[in-house]
Design a protein around this ligand. Structure first.
Ligand SMILES: Cc1cc2nc3c(=O)[nH]c(=O)nc-3n(C[C@H](O)[C@H](O)[C@H](O)COP(=O)(O)OP(=O)(O)OC[C@H]3O[C@@H](n4cnc5c(N)ncnc54)[C@H](O)[C@@H]3O)c2cc1C
Length: 364
């Protein structure tokens, strides 16, 4: 089996020790871990966490490293690398089935397997890097689908009560790029249950760009394989599929979430952007509006390829991806670029941008 979490050999300094976390992040940035512990089963994950706690060491759970920005000082504790694998059907009926997926299962391998079996529900999330166990953390989503629609529960180790628990989806606090798990180190996800539909067709396509690309109307269903292939093609064109040879993909994907604005704040933005046309937006839950962060960044003067200090730059394919161009890049230079963009957007439009990845020992 190929190891999708393989350590990159370029983009990190050749003198970096084996414990450098740059080897375990898609940004290829981050200083050393105090200690690295690899866990290949759910039991081992619990054991490695408990061992670190017994030594009174802080714990960082790391899987694909595709949604973390780790400071140049690294992490002065135990980093538990989640490498458990596999999935199994744990319940089924005529229309649906429940798949229990080990936390370390590479996400896109899972999506490919479900598409191949005519299990509908994850197809639009094709090509997203990282692990299945991390998908509930920020309610991973793309192209009109998010995991909150299919996750029915999570098995997790509760570090506060020192026991393995089942958390039902309704108690996961799923929100746009968020959940109870994000910014909390109380729970370590061991496995995730997804309820999928037996169907060779996708759910109704909700994302206009995807509908156009497959050649259907929004709301139509398409063969799962077509949805997957089209999403992969669209993502690759934006540098949103990992490619070891393409620094445009040495990122955390979108660095900022799309701002969610109250109606009044949205009207203020429209006034400040009057000379630029209508800001792309989508209705949010309630009387709020979600605005395109990529548009704000671009219109504030930070276009594709915009260089930052010391080997970092905005991707040449997507304004939302801050990338490591190799060589002298560091987390502090990436953070400096992020600050420049955040402050520039605020000065121009009065809108606050918030980082999407989890920041470990660094601040923006
Ligand atoms: C090129 C690219 C494209 C991307 N596109 C998208 C996209 O379209 N949509 C989207 O939502 N995201 C996207 N991402 C972000 C990222 O891939 C997802 O958030 C992914 O789920 C992170 O998985 P991971 O295993 O790499 O998590 P990691 O980066 O290893 O960890 C992320 C956070 O989750 C925690 N964590 C990880 N595993 C566990 C666990 N088992 N238990 C408890 N905590 C855990 C970590 O401690 C950390 O806080 C993209 C990233 C890249 C690099």
């Amino acid at each position: 089996m190929s190891d999708v979490y393989a350590e990159p050999t370029t983009g990190t300094a050749p003198t970096d020790p084996a414990t450098t976390l740059a080897r375990y992040t898609t940004l290829r940035l981050g200083g050393p871990a105090g200690r690295l512990a690899t866990a290949t089963t759910a039991e081992e994950i619990v054991q490695k966490v408990q061992e670190a706690e017994a030594r009174d060491e802080p714990v960082l759970v790391l899987a694909g490293g595709s949604n973390v920005v780790i400071g140049d000082q690294g992490f002065p504790g135990t980093v538990v690398l989640v490498r458990s694998r596999g999935f199994q059907v744990v319940a089924e009926d005529a229309e649906t089935l429940t798949v229990r997926v080990e936390a370390g299962e590479p996400w896109d391998d899972l999506v490919a397997a479900t598409v191949a079996r005519d299990w509908s529900g994850l197809e639009c999330l094709s090509g997203i890097p990282g692990s299945a166990g991390a998908t509930p953390i920020q309610n991973v989503g793309a192209y009109g689908q998010e995991v909150a629609e299919t996750i029915i529960g999570v098995q997790a180790y509760d570090r506060t009560h020192r026991e393995v628990v089942r958390i039902e989806a309704a108690d996961c606090g799923f929100a746009y790029r968020g959940s109870i798990f994000k910014y909390s180190d109380r729970w370590v996800v061991l496995s995730v249950d997804f309820r999928l539909t037996r169907s060779p067709l996708s759910g109704p396509v909700r994302y206009a760009e995807l509908a156009r690309a497959v050649g259907v109307e929004v709301g139509d269903r398409v063969p799962l394989a077509d949805a997957r292939a089209t999403v992969l093609r669209l993502r690759a064109g934006k540098g949103m599929v990992l490619d070891a040879d393409d620094p445009d993909t040495w990122s955390v994907g979108s660095f900022f979430t799309n701002p969610v604005l109250e109606r009044e704040a949205y009207e203020l933005l429209r006034e400040r952007a009057a000379d630029l046309g209508e800001p792309p937006s989508w209705p949010g839950a309630g009387d709020v509006v979600k605005v395109s962060a990529a548009w704000l960044i671009d219109k504030a003067g930070f276009g594709k390829g915009h260089p930052g200090p010391e080997g970092v730059a905005i991707s040449s394919k997507h304004t939302l991806a801050l990338t490591n161009r190799g060589g002298t890049a560091s987390t502090s230079s990436l953070v400096a670029l992020a600050r420049e963009i955040r402050d520039g957007v605020h000065d121009r439009f009065g809108v606050a941008l918030h980082p999407e990845p989890v920041l470990v020992n660094c601040v923006i």
